[in-house]
Design a protein around this ligand. Structure first.
Ligand SMILES: CC(C)(COP(=O)(O)OP(=O)(O)OC[C@H]1O[C@@H](n2cnc3c(N)ncnc32)[C@H](O)[C@@H]1OP(=O)(O)O)[C@@H](O)C(=O)NCCC(=O)NCCS
Length: 209
C-alpha cells in the first residue's frame, strides 16, 4: 500500500485531501500520510486533517510514497520538479464520479476531480490539476502542468498547451488554442487563440496583460 503525500496544505490541499479519499484506489492502492508545505503552520486552526510532515524544500521521498500537488500558477511545475528530482513519484488520481470517455488518455500525475467529464478521444498530459464539475470536450488536447478550475468548459477540440491557469467557470470555444504560460480569468468566454504569456478576460475574452 502506497502512502500519499499532498503538496500544499492550503485550501486546495485540503480539497485534494477530500478528493483523495474518494478517488479510485483509495484504501486499496494508497492511504493518506499527510501534507508537505513550506509553511509548516498552514493547518493551524483546522481540525481533522493528517499532519504536515515536512517542507517541500527539504522533504526526502521514500520508495513507498506517492505525491499529488495542490499548487497552481508558476510554482506548480517547480514544486513537482523538486520532488521528482529527489526520486518522488506522482499518483494519477481520478475521482470515482468522474466520467471518462472512450480512448481518453490521462498522463501520469494528473488529477481529475469529482463529477468532471472528459469527452471521447481527449488526450490529457502529465501533472495537470483538473478540478471538480468541469467539462473537457471530445478530442481536446491538454499538455502538462496546467491548472483547470471548477466549472470550466472546454468545448470539443480545444487545445491547451503547458503551464496555463484556466480559472473558475471560463468557457473555451470550439477548436480554440490556449498557448503555454497564459491565464484565462474566471467567467471568461474565449473565442480566439490566447497568446503565450498573456492574461485574457471577459466575454468575448480580451487581453488584460
Ligand atoms: C485572471 C486573474 C487571476 C487576474 O487577476 P489580477 O491579475 O490580480 O487582476 P486584478 O484583480 O488586478 O484585475 C484587473 C482588472 O480586471 C478586472 N477583472 C478581474 N477579474 C475579472 C474577471 N474574472 N472578469 C472580468 N473582469 C475581471 C478587475 O476588475 C480589474 O479591472 P480594473 O483595472 O478596471 O479595476 C483573476 O481575474 C481571476 O480570474 N482569478 C481567478 C479566481 C478563481 O477562479 N480562483 C479559483 C480559486 S480555487
Amino acid at each position: 500500500m502506497k502512502q500519499l503525500i499532498i503538496i500544499g496544505a492550503g485550501g486546495m490541499g485540503r480539497t485534494l485531501y477530500d478528493l483523495a479519499r474518494e478517488s479510485i484506489g483509495f484504501d486499496v492502492d494508497y492511504i493518506i500520510k499527510g501534507f508537505i508545505d513550506d509553511n509548516t503552520l498552514a493547518l493551524n486552526g483546522y481540525e481533522n486533517y493528517p499532519p504536515i510532515i515536512g517542507t517541500i524544500n527539504d522533504y526526502q521521498p521514500s520508495i513507498d510514497e506517492v505525491f499529488i500537488c495542490s499548487i497552481g500558477g508558476a510554482a506548480r511545475r517547480k514544486c513537482i520538479e523538486k520532488i521528482v528530482s529527489k526520486g518522488g513519484s506522482f499518483l494519477t488520481m481520478i475521482h470515482k464520479t468522474a466520467r471518462i470517455g472512450t480512448n481518453v488518455v490521462i498522463g501520469a500525475g494528473s488529477i481529475v476531480g469529482a463529477f468532471t467529464a472528459i469527452g471521447a478521444d481527449a488526450k490529457i498530459g502529465r501533472f495537470n490539476l483538473i478540478q471538480s464539475q468541469t467539462i473537457i470536450g471530445h478530442d481536446s488536447k491538454i499538455g502538462d502542468w496546467n491548472r483547470i478550475d471548477t466549472h470550466v468548459t472546454l468545448v470539443g477540440g480545444t487545445i491547451v498547451e503547458d503551464e496555463t491557469d484556466i480559472h473558475t467557470a471560463a468557457v473555451i470555444g470550439h477548436n480554440v488554442t490556449i498557448e503555454s504560460n497564459s491565464r484565462v480569468a474566471a467567467c471568461s468566454f474565449v473565442i480566439r487563440r490566447v497568446k503565450s504569456g498573456t492574461t485574457v478576460m471577459g466575454n468575448p475574452a480580451k487581453r488584460l496583460m
